[in-house]
Write a protein that binds this ligand. Structure first.
Ligand SMILES: [Zn+2]
Length: 395
């Protein structure tokens, strides 16, 4: 009898320990200021007509309610169009996406707020409203015109990714620099590109170094007088793809006082992911080729496949621990002050297992706690590091 009682007591204590642990990670998560610097839902709002402030579970990776569930306090919405938009169309398309953000915020005044400064951001967080800002993902949207850059700033754009996968006339992308689709030597930032960076510094718009080529990156580091942001990039040493940052780049960002916001895309976290996709495409070759023949871009084909062959696609997802490895790597290389989170949700067709959408953010905090991170360090990773960079730019 006593033996049974003892077992029961041990079981009860273990159970209570688990419960209190669960509570503490959730509390730490919800008490922190979680910032996500890259979410592509606005493209789906504009193109697929999804309504962000309704329940979109099973349809998208993000919606307003699930953002709140996931503990997001600050969201930077990505403003995006691809290289098919150029002079005469890219700037106006970007403004359509911005308009949609303003409309969403306007009809949810109790839960969302546009913020234009560090002070306003902190006030919105205190008022339990989702603080909303935006980032233009691709310098082609300013159409080589600094007035357009100023206009974006006035409309709440607080970072610009100098190039997307397509280079601009003034900055080369990682894609072009590595795949040599350019006939010229990678040229980095030209004189106008440097003017753009200086103008951004002057306005208080963060310079986003995600997507840009290495040559452009080093030109930016030499030009900027404010800390830079990598809004959605991961670690090259773990997953060597052109979109990720090499050790010397990570060190340069730390030296500059900037921050690297880890991208959740399986292909940027897991070095075996693209091989798995390749084998998958071989199985569905006929269908793939018929879509490619319609001139559908590869990223849209993969998005379509991810929906149609969900089980097969799910099997290719890496574990959540791999995302934590990317965070650990940066922490070990340069310290805990230079890493954060930039999911790329709704711009990616695959994320680690368990991260189905914005509602799953607490699992990252749980994982960090299990790895021994202190509450103070977790706060920095969730948003504190980003806030430092934003504050420094917003002066
Ligand atoms: Zn991107």
């Amino acid at each position: 009898m006593i033996k049974i009682m003892r077992y029961l007591l041990i079981y009860l204590l273990l159970f209570m320990h688990t419960i209190s642990n669960a509570q503490s990670y959730e509390k730490i998560h919800m008490d922190g200021v979680l910032v996500d610097t890259h979410n592509d839902i606005l493209s789906k709002v504009v193109e697929d007509h999804v309504v962000f402030d309704t329940n979109l579970k099973g349809v998208t990776q993000s919606d307003l309610n699930r953002m709140r569930q996931g503990g997001i306090k600050v969201q930077m919405f990505s403003i995006f169009c691809d290289e098919h938009f150029g002079k005469g169309s890219a700037f106006s398309y970007a403004n359509v996406e911005l308009d949609s953000l303003f409309a969403i915020v306007a009809r949810n005044p109790k839960t969302m707020q546009m913020v234009y400064s560090y002070k306003e951001l902190m006030k919105a967080v205190k008022d339990h409203k989702l603080a909303c800002m935006s980032g233009v993902e691709g310098g082609h949207m300013i159409e080589d015109n600094l007035d357009y850059l100023d206009s974006f700033y006035r409309r709440g754009v607080r970072y610009m990714t100098l190039s997307w996968n397509n280079s601009t006339s003034w900055s080369t992308s990682a894609m072009d620099e590595t795949q040599h689709t350019f006939k010229v030597t990678p040229y980095g930032l030209n004189a106008f590109g440097k003017e753009v960076v200086k103008r951004m510094n002057h306005l208080g718009m963060m310079v986003d170094v995600s997507h840009i080529g290495e040559k452009t990156f080093w030109d930016v580091i030499a030009t900027t007088n404010k800390p830079v942001l990598a809004s959605h990039s991961s670690v090259y040493a773990i997953c060597p793809v052109p979109r990720n940052l090499k050790d010397d780049q990570i060190k340069a960002i730390a030296k500059n006082g900037g921050v690297i916001q880890i991208n959740f895309y399986s292909g940027f976290l897991d070095s075996t992911f693209f091989k798995k996709v390749e084998s998958f495409v071989k199985i569905h070759k006929e269908e793939h080729d018929s879509l490619a023949a319609l001139k559908k871009p590869e990223y849209l084909i993969q998005d379509y496949f991810a929906r149609k062959y969900k089980t097969e696609y799910d099997n290719m997802r890496p574990p959540l621990s791999l995302l934590l490895d990317h965070i650990d790597y940066i922490v070990k290389l340069v310290g805990v002050d230079y890493v954060g989170l930039g999911s790329d949700f709704d711009g990616i067709d695959s994320a680690p297992k368990g991260l189905d959408g914005v509602e799953d953010y607490p699992k990252i905090t749980e994982g960090l706690m299990k790895r021994g991170y202190s509450e103070k360090d977790i706060d920095k990773i969730l948003g504190g590091n980003f806030l430092r960079v934003f504050k420094a730019n917003d002066q």
